[in-house]
Write a protein that binds this ligand. Sequence first.
Ligand code: UFG
Length: 327
Amino acid sequence: MRNVLVTGGAGYIGSHACKALKAAGYVPVVFDNLCTGWEDAVKFGPFERGDLMDRGRLDEVFAAYQPIAVMHFAALSQVGESMSNPGKYWLNNASGSLNLIEAAVAAGCLNFVFSSTCATYGEQDNVVLDETSVQMPINAYGASKRAIEDMLSDFGASHGLNSVIFRYFNVAGADEAAEVGEFHQPETHLIPLVLDAIDGKRDALTIFGTDYDTPDGTCIRDYVHVCDLIDAHVLGLKWLEDGKGSRVFNLGTGSGFSVREVITRSTAVTGRAVPFNEGPRRPGDCTKLVSGSVRARDELGWRPERSTMDRMIADAWRWHQTGHYDK
Ligand code: UFG
């Protein structure tokens, strides 16, 4: 049995990872405290409820399953909340990850795939980022993720832990079969909020800031289809199994979309108007986050073929219409 411990496997990205891992012949063992995840998203392997702050529980699960690798998705991920409550982010993300890394090393599980973020780069004067760009996070979420990257590097040097670190840009879309999809409570991400506004499930969308230094005044992000993102994780796992060692990869497409462009494409794809209004900037938001993905393409052979804006909106809309969203 090739068990992979998937922390946060009941969440949006983790549940897509479990589906892909199962399809690739692994057994995804979900470890999740359900603080933001959903038990009914655990469909592709065993579920172990637990908290990263509980080292004893982690040791139990490592002993029971003897995973060949860890995929670590579990984290708090709201940029705005991390600005108002940074302690929560440092405790859950940084301390929780330290427990997990120590438990993995103690169990002899030395392959680790980590879900990091472009938020570790911070504000960088409209450049296209690559893995060598300096990391200067401007919010506690990004800072906590950067700290975890440093931990992985230190445990690599001291204990031979091999890590593939993926710095995600903005993840969007859903499984084409709509078996799993995006559902956060509360929801803070742009595309699901746009879709909610379209069908009246929530109030009109508020555009956070229209005075940024971009062509239309709204922030620009690089959106990646969740299934493409997860393809990279399976390739990253194989990379580790092949003994290729620790590496960092950005996962973006190199194309940026402004908030207004996402609204326009959402109307085009769904055929429905997006009610919106314009509000002030949200603390912690960068003007533009766009990645080059040369390294992931060249070294992993990653091809983000589903990551067109229209495809991501269409897949998210299909999932949205399944009603899973109305829990
Ligand atoms: N936005 C709005 N109105 C909203 C919600 C978002 O205008 O109601 C704007 C934001 O200001 C931002 C863009 O839409 O400019 C995208 O915002 P999201 O909240 O969807 O995504 P973020 O770029 O803030 O961050 C997300 C995740 C982070 C992750 C980051 C990069 O929340 O966890 O992508 O991976 F780090």
